[in-house]
Design a protein around this ligand. Sequence first.
Ligand SMILES: Cc1ncc(COP(=O)(O)O)c(C=O)c1O
Length: 348
Amino acid sequence: MTLFRTAIEQMAGYVPGEQPQAGKFIKLNTNENPYPPSPAVNLAIQRALEAGLMRYPDPTASSFRLRAADVLGVPPDWILCGNGSDDILTIVTRAFVGEGELLRLPYPSYVLYRELARIQGARFEEHRFEADWSLADSFAAPADGLRLVFLPNPNSPSGTMLPTARVAELAERLSCPLLVDEAYADFSDTHCLELVRHNPRVMVSRSLSKSYALAGLRFGFLVAQPELIQQLLKVKDSYNCDSLSIAGATAAIDDQAWLAENRRRIIASRQRLSEGLAGLGFQVVPSQANFVWCRHPDRAPRTLYEQLKAERVLVRYMDYPNWGDGLRISVGTDDQIDACLTLLRSLV
Ligand SMILES: Cc1ncc(COP(=O)(O)O)c(C=O)c1O
């Protein structure tokens, strides 16, 4: 007899990218930012530490919401904070999708979504991207039990995006909520925040892990109309963000000059990586994120991944059943990118 719910026993569980704890790797596998965060972040955490950790944190991270509201141009009660944007995705799935109900997502995309459905004992339905990384109208078609749709924009692993007007169109057609996962939107030309104003079923999630260089801090947030936020607050853990992460995240979003400069550097290095890969004969998908998806016509991606790893360069090998495999390479510093390209030159 099993002690667990069948749904839990039967699922494999999400496996994040490798996080080697020892040894020296050039780490281009989990879309982290290669640069340290704004110096204001460390100062704010230090100050919070000196104030002491004996009290519980502010349950709704008000200081962050006030600063983020200014930056994003929405009222603070349109923002829900989370322990990374993964926490936001969990809260939203738990709030909208019950056992046996349906979650829709594009394919290939962020592998966590389907695991969230599985934890709920819910069904999920994957809609394949077209060859040009667009989505057909069927992505917004009605379906029995459909309760929630996830759309990563930019998408992972492709780094591609749907235009805002197309996302608006899909959201209009859908009768259930649409979560636009904008974990990478700070690196892209456009975003979908304005849709939240016009459509009460649209939610946008953001992460401080990538563009603010705070993957280790764990902070993300959701923007949605306050009626939705009020319901979602009932689902989150009481203290899902701790005092240090609230202090650090508030300082980070307050330093928009740092963000602009970091974004400029990452986008320039993304261009360097994309052109370097194309020069070596890789098929490279034009990216709007801080990573690049590529394949080489004559070399197996898994072999290249292993050969790079043997030389202490870690990239992400992804294999999507019934779709194909490839390499997702995060945008590092120019030196890291050049080291990766030099190795690849000897391998292809
Ligand atoms: C599409 C997408 N959404 C969300 C996340 C989660 O980011 P975090 O929980 O670090 O904010 C990731 C992380 O890789 C991602 O690729």
